[in-house]
Design a protein around this ligand. Structure first.
Ligand SMILES: [Zn+2]
Length: 419
């Protein structure tokens, strides 16, 4: 079990005053005032080149990276302060591509009980801690893939972080996610009651209804649309596609009309195939994927988020198919079921399942940044991008487990953790 966040709090550097100011603005808290900061680690992995660069330094001004390069070649302003990070590798802030900040591990409370017995206020209070734990683990951006019964609470959580009220990662959110009527859960109630049991996602049925539900979620603040291309609703509880091809086509088409991308939960080859044909941007889990389905995903430029931290035993096999087909692998742990703050385990798990440390690090930085259409803001150590930077003890390009030894976290130029 994860250590509770009192310890994390003790290492928090940023002052409460910085949060209490209630910085305004949608999407970006105001840049921190104060002198430029020179970060001096042992080496920098910039997510652009393969090898880390020994002896490089990074200059941060306001909320942006101003310069990166050999320390002697970085022009350091006279008023700059220096933060020495000995023994560390500095890399871009990591991205958690599949979180559920409104969930906590099922061995603490089963999913059904979280959805049916925990109030939204209780769940939001937990989520505030989850957001902080994620940031302190070096994950400065998340794509949150469903509140699982907590309505639109992810939208408010994101706003609270953006306005500087609570510490947490940058967020893109999907709100409630979409399932076919009868597809999802909680289920198994007496037929007389089952129409009235709250569900872990918003139900829809038919072309008009999927279209309406997509629009409704957008109206309430969804940055992405997520739907369950399959789930365990077959006659014997097996996973079967949750929507017809036509329903998926309409759902994705409405989302894309609004300029939003779509993520599909899918564990079966048929669910993945239909989602791919409908034009989704990412497929989550993919445990039952076949070489043919991954070939289709590669052709259509669809990212694969394998979530090796959860689900079946054949992740290594399907990741092998995906790599062979040339599919872009993205990082997402399904954190929530996996404890928030343990997010680096997924990146380590990608290596345990056949990726090289560099491929896994790319998944959690540049690939995820591109997936989010934020490659002009995050995912690399380059001048002009947000100063979202993390330093870990050791060299994760050689030993991926170094990612769990976080020494320093900066987001948008604000230091949240310092050695
Ligand atoms: Zn999930």
């Amino acid at each position: 079990m994860r250590t509770i966040s009192v310890i994390v709090l003790a290492t928090t550097i940023v002052s409460n005053a910085a949060f209490a100011q209630g910085r305004g603005g949608r999407g970006n808290a105001a840049a921190p005032a104060g002198p430029p900061v020179l970060l001096v680690p042992d080496r920098v992995w910039n997510a652009v080149d393969d090898a880390p660069h020994d002896g490089w330094a990074v200059l941060v001004r306001g909320d942006r990276i101003e310069a990166v390069g050999p320390r002697a070649q970085v022009t350091v302003p006279a008023d700059a302060t220096t933060i020495a990070l000995p023994g560390t590798t500095l890399l871009p802030g990591l991205v958690e591509g599949h979180s559920h900040l409104l969930l906590h591990p099922y061995n603490e409370t089963p999913w059904n009980d979280q959805v049916l017995h925990e109030s939204q206020a209780l769940r939001v209070a937990r989520a505030v801690n989850h957001a902080r734990a994620t940031l302190m683990a070096g994950f400065t951006t998340v794509r949150d893939l469903g509140t699982e019964g907590a309505g639109y609470a992810d939208v408010g959580l994101k706003e609270a972080i953006d306005q500087g009220i609570i510490p947490g990662p940058r967020m893109q959110v999907v709100t409630r996610a979409i399932v076919g009527i009868g597809e999802y859960a909680p289920k198994g109630f007496a037929a007389e009651y089952s129409d009235d049991i709250p569900q872990g996602a918003q139900e829809a049925s038919g072309l008009d209804d999927v279209s309406r539900v997509v629009r409704e979620q957008i109206k309430h603040g969804a940055d992405w649309i997520k739907f369950y291309a399959d789930y365990r609703w077959g006659p014997n509880g097996e996973a079967e596609p949750g929507f017809t091809q036509e329903e998926m086509n309409v759902l994705v088409s409405v989302a894309k009309t609004s300029g939003r991308s779509v993520a599909a939960h899918a564990t079966t080859a048929e669910g993945m195939r239909r989602a791919a044909l409908a034009g989704v941007s990412t497929i989550e889990h993919g445990d039952g994927g076949t070489p043919e389905v991954f070939k289709l995903m590669a052709e259509k430029g669809i990212c694969y988020v394998p979530t090796v931290s959860v689900g079946g035993r054949n992740k290594k096999t399907v990741l092998g198919y995906a790599l062979a087909a040339g599919v872009t692998i993205c990082n997402g742990a399904d954190s929530g079921p996996l404890a928030h703050g343990d997010n680096a385990r997924e990146v380590e798990g990608l290596v345990a399942n056949g990726l090289t440390p560099l491929q896994a690090l790319r998944a959690a930085t540049v690939n995820d940044a591109r997936m989010l259409h934020w490659e002009d803001r995050i995912g690399a150590v380059k001048p002009g991008l947000f100063a979202d930077l993390v330093a870990v003890n050791g060299d994760p390009t050689k030993d991926i487990n170094a990612l769990s030894s976080v020494a320093f976290v900066m987001k948008g130029g604000t230091v949240y953790k310092k050695p």
